[in-house]
Design a protein around this ligand. Structure first.
Ligand code: PEP
Ligand code: MG
Length: 572
């Protein structure tokens, strides 16, 4: 609780210019301005010196003072709610409810009944509840800030002090706080408070909810927030989760302007995908079943670049019948009604074992019998799936593209392509093993298209488990060795006019998307939510710039340098 009232400035005078603080990104966008902090809270001063007990004769009056103060605070919050809307109104009403919570008032009354003055009783009772909420964890723990806020408001009222809260700045400012209570944030004017940053709080805290509603950049859990004193100019980057202290003012203003243009462009981007000079790049969605496919149609995508069929069967104890499978594939094809549809055969094994495929015991499943390799041990499973896809294609009058995961060699690609073509479908393979990238010319010669799975390609190139948080730097698709392999595949594709897609998460990164296009990639498929940002970025740059960015990024020796080189070449 003491954190709540900590005054600004513990490190005043220390040289901080240019320093970058990191936190959890919550709402994207950039804002630049001086820091303001919520007003001083009186709670601790009111209670830290052991107060004289209330005499028995005065206890009823003390209790009445407390109950009246809680009522005033609740009424004020409700009044504010009546001028707000949406989430802001909801949180204000919920906070008003806390001020009149019978449990809390009961606990305070009990303490007043033993002679504790109202402010100290409010603090002690709140501590009991806060401990309980913290123990419950999750969303309940995040409500502790709300409870403390109600306590501070009621104590201020009891003491006749002004209501604590956010000051109204006279210029656009960035609000810093330990955490923000709903009553602080709900009334914020986004013209004056242009970004929020808190030392505590999580992505579901009220600060985050309100920031999302107001559409202002927000970073939470910034451990070092207290080193910055009020009045200091900062640049908040809500997407990166960073705060730069005293940045170069011209550069910061330019950054904010650029970010505003980007946000507008993303909101207005509706596809189809192309560079500024009209070079077409299909922007596609990764889906897992009918539900996700239908949801994806709400995004500005031109079709499906990766239908991960195994995800629909993860819980199945037995192999789905041909009818069941055909119905599923039809559902996904119909969601996109005749648009591009790339179906991947089961990528079973490793991180996605299927119960109906006997994977056996493998010491190293990521390098074991997974993906297309199960065709050797279970040929009937792959054949049944291809039959079901062919049936769905016939029933929908479409010709889906079908690709195999985990292909390492040209003979594997040729064998798969023959099976697919025999059924009248378009054949492709995924390139996610370095061997396949190195042998791209031979593999491309066997198929109608390829799609690079950058998640696995990075994992296998860097010999770094894609699930490992400790190895995140190694599993970065910006690793120049990964980019070099992608370049080899794209070149093989462009020599023969074979489409080369990327369907790993690399395709969701707008900057990397420009590099991929510069390398010669012809389509980008990822989580549908990323489509607009990727499409809008590509629409800003011409193909020559993308090519320059690709050349520059491949020539570096580390992911950070690759990003910087790409940014420089793209001038963004
Ligand atoms: C990949 O590896 O990049 C890919 C798209 O496949 P998955 O993520 O399903 O392994
Ligand atoms: Mg993969």
């Amino acid at each position: 609780m003491n954190q709540q009232i900590r005054e600004d400035n513990p490190h005043a005078g220390r040289e901080l210019g240019g320093r970058e603080l990191g936190g959890t990104p919550v709402v994207g966008g950039k804002a630049y301005g001086p820091v303001v902090r919520p007003g001083r809270r009186m709670t601790v001063e009111a209670t830290e010196v052991a107060p004289p007990p209330v005499s028995e004769a005065e206890r009823d009056a003390e209790l009445s003072r407390f109950v009246a103060a809680a009522g005033v605070v609740a009424a004020r919050l409700r009044e504010r709610a009546s001028h707000a809307s949406g989430a802001a109104a909801e949180v204000l009403i919920a906070t008003a409810g806390l001020a009149e919570d019978r449990g809390w008032i009961g606990a305070v009354s009990k303490l007043i009944g033993t002679g504790t003055p109202a402010p100290a009783a409010a603090v002690a009772a709140t501590e009991q509840f806060a401990a309980m909420f913290t123990k419950l964890g999750g969303l309940m723990a995040e409500r502790v800030t709300d409870l403390n806020d109600v306590r501070d408001r009621v104590v201020a009222e009891v003491l006749g002090q002004p209501e604590p809260g956010v000051p109204v700045p006279d210029e656009p400012s960035v609000l810093f706080a330990d955490d923000l209570a709903p009553a602080d944030t709900a009334g914020l004017d986004p013209e004056l408070i242009t970004a929020l940053a808190t030392r505590l709080g999580g992505p579901t805290s009220h600060t985050a909810i309100i920031a999302r509603q107001l559409g202002i950049p927000c970073v939470v859990a910034v451990a070092e927030l207290d080193v910055v004193s009020a009045g200091t100019a900062v640049l908040v980057d809500g997407a990166a989760g960073t705060i730069v202290v005293e940045p170069d003012p011209d550069r910061a203003r330019a950054d904010v302007e650029q970010s505003r243009r980007e946000v507008e462009a993303i909101a207005g981007w509706t596809g189809p995908g192309h560079t500024a000079d009209g070079h077409e790049v299909a922007i596609l969605a990764n889906v897992a079943d009918g539900v996700s496919a239908r949801a994806a149609t709400a995004s500005p995508v031109e079709g499906v670049g990766l239908f991960r069929t195994e995800l629909a069967f993860l819980d199945r104890p037995d192999e789905p019948s041909l009818d069941e499978q055909a119905a599923l594939y039809r559902e996904v094809i119909e969601a996109f009604g005749g648009k591009k549809m790339v179906i991947r055969t089961l990528d079973a094994g490793s991180d996605k074992p299927l119960k109906f495929v006997d994977h056996g015991t493998e010491a190293n499943p990521a390098l074991g019998v997974r993906g297309n390799r199960i065709a050797a041990t279970h040929p009937e499973i792959r054949a049944g799936q291809l039959d079901a896809i062919a049936r769905a294609a016939e029933e929908t009058g479409s010709t889906p593209w079908v690709m195999a995961p985990m292909i390492a060699s040209a003979p594997e690609a040729a064998e798969f392509a023959a099976q697919v073509r025999r059924r009248g479908l378009v054949a492709g393979v995924m390139i996610e093993i370095p061997s396949a990238a190195i042998l791209a010319p031979a593999i491309v010669a066997e198929v109608d298209f390829v799609s690079i799975g950058t998640n696995d390609l990075t994992q296998y190139t860097m010999a770094a488990d894609r699930m490992s948080a400790e190895l995140a730097e190694l599993t970065d698709p910006w690793q120049p060795s990964v980019l070099a392999l992608i370049a080899m595949v794209a070149e093989a594709g462009s020599r023969t006019g074979t489409p080369v897609g990327v369907c790993g998460e690399a395709a969701a990164d707008p900057l990397l998307a420009c590099v991929l296009v510069g390398l010669g990639v012809t389509s980008l498929s990822s989580a549908p939510a990323a489509a607009a940002a990727v499409g809008a970025k590509l629409a800003e740059v011409d193909l020559d710039r993308c090519r320059a960015a690709a050349t520059a990024a491949v020539a570096t020796a580390a992911p950070g340098a690759a990003r910087a080189a790409a940014r420089e070449a793209l001038r963004c």
